[in-house]
Design a protein around this ligand. Structure first.
Ligand SMILES: [Zn+2]
Length: 282
């Protein structure tokens, strides 16, 4: 099933979306770059290889297996009532997305999880390659949490795979550096997470990073008052202030980072802040 749905349909769709977003963010650039695109692309691609391997050969098989087994175990919300399949699918889809919102908050609030998630946030620019910059350790942790949400929702194996493909597509979209027409983005943002909204989540300002956690649907943040969307068109400087030296952020450094002493967040005006602090959205 993973081969039929994810490999044969999902991956070609995701590659196409990747290519289109690459063209769009190149032609309509939102934030000015502070690092060479080629260097970051190489770093983010190499860092993503172990994470993608785990996703495809461990995470997906485990989650799909759980959803299969759950058809016998009959745990989770979808097994408690007999509504039409389309209604059950919508409910399970929303639950899976809500689960990712909660998981993302935990990644920021629990120091052990932040060790791994910080690798993603140390990118000094944000574009489609940032969507792949995840430490493989974060994937391991997510198996337990997202596995539990899969059981709680009672999602079917097909739905789990469809959700994963849309999740990956949404992740590429909101990390892209694509400058959408502002009025259109503001409207779209009422429903889904958009590049400017997620850009604020990658800000060097701590309060902004601790907001906008949603992945596909943006209303989870509005519902829990964790949204920072009042000034979507604001200038954003991307990164983590205590990890702001491009020459330090090598592939080896990023892969080892979770196992080192994690530096506390620094305020922007403290010494040693980025040389990039006067970057503007162009
Ligand atoms: Zn985050």
């Amino acid at each position: 099933m993973i081969h039929t749905i994810f490999d044969k349909v999902g991956i070609p769709i995701l590659l196409l979306i990747n290519f289109l977003l690459f063209l769009l963010e190149t032609k309509f650039q939102l934030r000015k770059r502070v690092q060479k695109k080629f260097t970051r692309t190489v770093i983010n691609t190499v860092v993503s290889i172990p994470a993608f391997g785990l996703l495809r050969f461990a995470f997906l098989p485990i989650i799909v297996w759980l959803a299969f087994k759950n058809q016998d175990w009959r745990l989770g919300l979808n097994y408690f009532y007999s509504w039409p399949v389309c209604i059950k699918s919508i409910i399970a889809f929303l639950m899976l997305d809500y689960g990712n919102y909660v998981w993302h908050i935990l990644n920021h609030k629990i120091p052990f999880l932040w060790r791994f998630h910080v690798v993603h946030h140390t990118d000094l620019d944000m574009d489609i390659t940032t969507a792949f910059r995840f430490h493989f350790g974060e994937l391991i942790g997510s198996v337990f949490f997202r596995g539990a949400v899969t059981l709680l929702s009672g999602a079917s194996p097909v739905l789990v795979l469809v959700y994963e493909i849309i999740f990956e597509a949404a992740t590429q979209f909101h990390h892209s550096n694509w400058k959408l027409p502002f009025a259109f983005e503001r409207m779209l943002n009422k429903l889904i997470v958009t590049p400017r909204m997620h850009g604020i989540h990658h800000s060097v300002v701590r309060q902004e990073t601790d907001s906008n956690y949603s992945v596909i649907f943006s209303f989870w943040d509005r519902l829990h008052r964790t949204a920072s969307v009042g000034n979507l068109d604001k200038e954003v400087i991307i990164g983590v202030p205590s990890y702001n030296k491009p020459e330090e952020l090598t592939i080896g450094f990023l892969l080892k980072l979770p196992f080192t002493k994690i530096r506390p967040w620094k305020k922007r005006d403290e010494k040693d802040t980025p040389e990039i602090s006067n970057v503007k959205i162009n």
